[in-house]
Design a protein around this ligand. Sequence first.
Ligand code: KG4
Ligand code: ZN
Length: 332
Amino acid sequence: MGIETSCDETAASVVDDLNILSNVVSSQTIHKKYGGIVPEFASREQIRALIPIVESALAEADSSLENIDGIAVTCGPGLAGSLLMGLNFAKGISLASNKSYIAVNHLEGHLFANRLSDPDLNPPFVFLLVSGGHTQLIHVKDWGDYAILGATLDDAVGEAFDKVAKMLGLGYPGGPEIDRLAQRGDSSFQYFPRALDGKGYDFSFSGIKTSVLYYLKKQKDGFIEKHIEDISASFQKAVVEILTKKTIHAVKFLNLDQIVVGGGVSANSGLREELTSKSEADSIKTIFPPISLTTDNGAMIAAVGAYYLEKGLSSSLTMNVYPNLGIQDATD
Ligand code: KG4
Ligand code: ZN
């Protein structure tokens, strides 16, 4: 079983090796009226949702605590309060049911989402991690052996989507909204600058965010509403171009032929289209998780847990949460 409570989703899933038997996700709606996540509300909502979500995941899988092999739970990165809810809950049921529990790195979860949909996937490859909190290019030498090639110097790409969506008056999270509008817009409507030079594999999204802000500020009343699809498409195109160019550059530099993508922004239709077509032109294979496994879910956490449990690893009950955990950091 996998339990995920790193942010504003409460999720639980039962997997049998790489088969998903159930995958239940509850997204908190309380934050919508604040335009972003309020950490204290997030942890309180986790407490409310945990038991019913775990019970539904077990019921949907036609399973019970007695017949699962282990409990995997996210220990970081994420919001400390939210992480603590899931971790302590998992420790509790592990003690009560006498099952092993294993603390899982959330970022490794986004990577393993791809193993669930493509069991034949094998390293080495370049992993583009694009979520609400992270934007990283990672050299996956083997499962569990990661080297960071580059990361964002400021905003994560999902954060940039959410902030631009807010400027456009859209709800939170804004990424899916921008994606939906962009599909009906003209991406050459307005050129926004791409931060592409001089920084190797690092990314920067604060410049483009600011340029959208100034662009919107100088427009007359009604302009944004009239052109919201074109502005969304133009912004999305700029972001997608940055991600695509840097990723293809990295995979070529390492002489590899596979790209794997994960995290909430891997649901983005523009990124899927552009990265797939540009990499195909260079005989590079690009793998995206199915949309249902792009955003936070328990199945990806269970997949990581199952992998390490099979190697005989489990975690100690003194394990703490790690809000700033990196993908390359071991959690003992
Ligand atoms: O991976 P995730 O569920 O949570 C974190 O670990 O951060 O990612 C959430 C992020 C949000 O910023 C959301 O706006 C973005 O993923 N997102 C998208 C799309 N779907 C989710 N961004 C762009 N296009 C999408 N279709
Ligand atoms: Zn995530």
